[in-house]
Design a protein around this ligand. Sequence first.
Ligand code: ZN
Length: 258
Amino acid sequence: MKKIRVTIWNEFVHELAEEKIRKVYPDGIHGAIAAQLSAQPDFEIRTATMDMPEHGLTDEVLDNTDVLIWWSHKKNGEVSDEIAQKVKNRVLDGMGFIPLHSAHLCKPFTLLMGTVCRSKWRENDEKERLWVIEPSHPIAEGLPEYIELPQEETYGERFEIPAPDELVFMSWFSGGEVFRSGCCWKRGLGKVFYFRPGHEEYPTYYREDITRILTNAVRWAAPLAFTHPTLGYYPALEAIADKFEGQDDAARMHQNLY
Ligand code: ZN
C-alpha cells in the first residue's frame, strides 16, 4: 500500500507557555492531531515544530511530504521567509497544504493566496455551527448537515482571500458573524485546504467529526500519481520542418536567453 506521507507542523508556543492551554493539549496541537490521524493505516505521520533547525522543514522533510498540515498563531511573522518560500514552491510542485485556524495569516498561505488574509475575530466562547454546504465534496464525506462546536473563537467575514475554487464549509457564530470555514484552491500542481476551527483553548482537534474532516482533507490534498510536465524547449512530436536543421544547439537555444 502506498502511504500518504503527512507532516503536521505546529509553532508549539501556546502549549509550552500557558498552563491552561497545556491542559487541553499536553502533547501539543500537533501531537493531538497526529494521534487522531494515526488511526489511518495508509497515513505515515511525522510532526515538526518551529524551534527545530529550519523549523523542522528541511529539504529532506519537505521532499518526503505529500501533505503538510500547519497550525500557527503567535509566531506567524517569525517563520523564516526562506522556509515559507520553500513550502510555497513545494505546493506549486504538487504537495498538499492544510493551514488550520489562525494559520490563515501564516506566510506560506498568504504567499499562495496573494492576499493579506485578515478577518474579524473575537474570543468570547461562542458556539460555532459549521454548515456543510458542498455535501458531495470528498472533504465532506460521511458528515451530517452541520456540526456544532459548543465553544470556539469567532471569526467573521470579510475574510480577505481570493474566491475559493470550492467552498465546502460555512460557519455561523452565536454572535452573528459568518465565515468561509472550509476553502479549497488549486495552486500550480498542488491543492490547498484552509480549515477554520481549532482555537488553542478548546479541545476541537480531539473530536471525531473534526478528525474525519482532516482525514478526508489529507486524502483530497495528497498528490495523485501524475507525470510532471516538460517546461521549456520541447522538440516537435510531428515530422515537421526544423528551421534550425544543421545548426548547433546554441542557435536553437538562443531564445532561452531572453
Ligand atoms: Zn485562535
